[in-house]
Write a protein that binds this ligand. Structure first.
Ligand SMILES: *Cc1c(COP(=O)(O)O)cnc(C)c1O
Length: 504
């Protein structure tokens, strides 16, 4: 029998040493502690069930000052040594005052209620704790992630040479896509004197619409591009990038000696859900030999839609695509991917480390494709979702919220005291309260007062310098009746605020 190197007296394969370990580390997850694991997770699930069954509003409306009282009260150096007490305390410090996305009157940001198969996946992936950087830390998890990348790329129509990798979110996916585009443009800077130069860093330009996500600007800054690297292309009345304006902007840039590095088309803008004209943009990218990135963080879910899949047509021409599973695939945070048409482009982020992924190793090491090193096995959530519900199950829920947005958009349009900023396009509605008698309070003041009431959560945004309110609909459990109730809440809240303003 082999002897353990750690304790030469102890034969390997017997559990005595683990029993001693249990005394030293009673909370460690291992084969002797599975009863504790099962019991404690069950009590955590019980706490969540309790909260979900007794919560009747999306939020309690408590302020940061209110909530901090309970948190400040906790002495992190005085452990409770008891799971039940810790869970009881968690009610005060977190669960009671959390914001609940599953509630039908949560209509603010791009947060989705999550599906149970994904929660099952979350439980399993954290217990096994695979890390997706190298094969020797993940094994089959690597192949599952790869299968889901292939599945996504196939549905996007990216072709046989496509690849990609899971990321922490759309912002990271956009950053990685633009990093690849920058390297592909062969940019040089004073720090990278050895790159085969084609375009100096300062001349690179990214073209994105005025409705594109701010992570494009942030990525440009992180990539060391110049302050004015992002050329903002105007949109039409539906908030879609105008191809004629893009064409003019590309032409002007080239005339000025600048180098178009990428065009970022958005498939589902954060505020309006608008989908840029992808085929026309692809043609311009071809003409100017420019990288086409499609930010489908929001609209990517349409690849599962039974009714609206064709809205993504043209996306198959993209050099890279961002898809956020934690938005329109009903997955828990975090779960996203960046995909590329040509797998070799992922090589722009490869770095070989002797200890981890040495050059020439034949094993599938996902770290070669990722900005991250240690990385969660988020793909398992989508895997179990597809295996249990199927893609059509996701698509049906998405179709439901798109239908609600369309229907309720028409309803808002028919009122005489609310107006829409643009026709509904995916599952958001941007609107404002415009009663006959001129409002003396701002849309933002109404939104904040509603948040403080906890009765509903509504988003706010600014359109052409004016404040608007926004519904982001991702909950198939939200009905037109809920939205009507929120409109009434807006009317009542505005009246109360005006009354208080008069008294003050
Ligand atoms: C949400 C969003 C992002 C950012 O994604 P995160 O997952 O929040 O980092 C990027 N682009 C668009 C269009 C988005 O809606």
């Amino acid at each position: 029998m082999t002897q353990s190197l750690l304790d030469p007296a102890q034969p390997v394969g017997e559990f005595d040493h683990l029993e001693r370990l249990l005394d030293a580390a009673p909370h460690l997850m291992n084969q002797l502690n599975t009863d504790r694991y099962a019991a404690e997770l069950a009590s955590g699930i019980e706490a969540v069930v309790q909260t979900f069954t007794t919560t009747n509003a999306p939020f309690t409306g408590r302020t940061p000052a209110d909530v901090s009282v309970a948190i400040d009260h906790v002495d992190l150096d005085s452990p409770l040594h008891n799971t039940r007490d810790a869970l009881t305390e968690l009610q005060d410090v977190y669960l009671r005052d959390a914001v609940y996305f599953h509630h039908p009157r949560y209509t603010a940001h791009l947060n989705c209620p999550v599906v149970i198969p994904a929660l099952l996946g979350e439980t399993i992936l954290t217990a096994v704790n695979s890390s997706l950087d190298t094969w020797d830390q993940s094994a089959g998890a690597t192949l599952i992630e790869r299968a889901l990348i292939t599945w996504t790329a196939d549905r996007l129509g990216l072709g046989p040479d496509a690849d990609g990798v899971f990321t922490s979110g759309g912002s990271q996916s956009n950053l990685q896509a633009l990093l690849m585009a920058r390297s592909h443009a062969g940019a040089t800077s004073s720090n990278t004197p050895t790159t085969t130069a084609t375009a100096p860093l300062a001349t690179l330009r990214i073209f994105a619409s005025d409705a594109a996500h701010f992570s494009v600007q942030k990525s440009a800054r992180l990539l060391g591009l110049s302050e004015d690297a992002v050329v903002v292309v105007p949109t039409d009345a539906n908030r879609r990038m105008r191809p004629d304006a893009l064409s003019a902007a590309l032409e002007a840039a080239v005339r000025d000696g600048l180098a178009p590095m990428a065009v970022v088309a958005t498939a589902g803008t954060t505020d309006f859900g608008s989908i840029d004209p992808l085929s026309e943009i692809a043609a311009l990218c071809g003409q100017y030999k420019t990288w086409m990135h499609v930010d489908a963080a929001y609209g990517g879910g349409l690849i599962t839609s039974l009714r609206h899949r064709n809205r993504l047509s043209g996306i198959e021409h993209a050099d890279s695509v961002t898809v956020d599973y934690h938005k329109t695939f009903f997955q828990p945070v975090s779960s996203s991917a960046v995909l590329v048409k040509d797998a070799r482009m992922l090589g722009h982020v490869t770095h070989y480390a002797d200890y981890l992924n040495p050059r020439g190793e034949v094993l599938p090491n996902q770290v070669n494709k990722s900005l991250q090193t240690t990385r969660r096995f988020d793909a398992l959530k989508l895997w179990l979702t597809l295996r249990i519900m199927g893609a059509d199950g996701i698509g049906a829920m998405l179709d439901e919220v798109i239908a609600l947005a369309t229907q309720f958009g028409a309803e808002i349009d028919a009122t005489d005291d609310f107006e829409l900023a643009a026709p509904p396009q995916l599952s958001t509605l941007v609107f404002r309260y415009t009663p006959k008698t001129k409002l003396t309070v701002t849309q933002d003041a109404i939104r904040k007062a509603i948040f403080a009431s906890g009765e509903a959560v509504v988003a706010g945004t600014v359109v052409d310098g004016e404040q608007f309110l926004k519904f982001t609909l991702l909950n198939p459990d939200t009905s037109a009746r809920d939205l009507r109730a929120i409109l009434d809440l807006i009317r009542r809240t505005a009246a109360q605020l005006e009354q208080r303003g008069v008294q003050a």
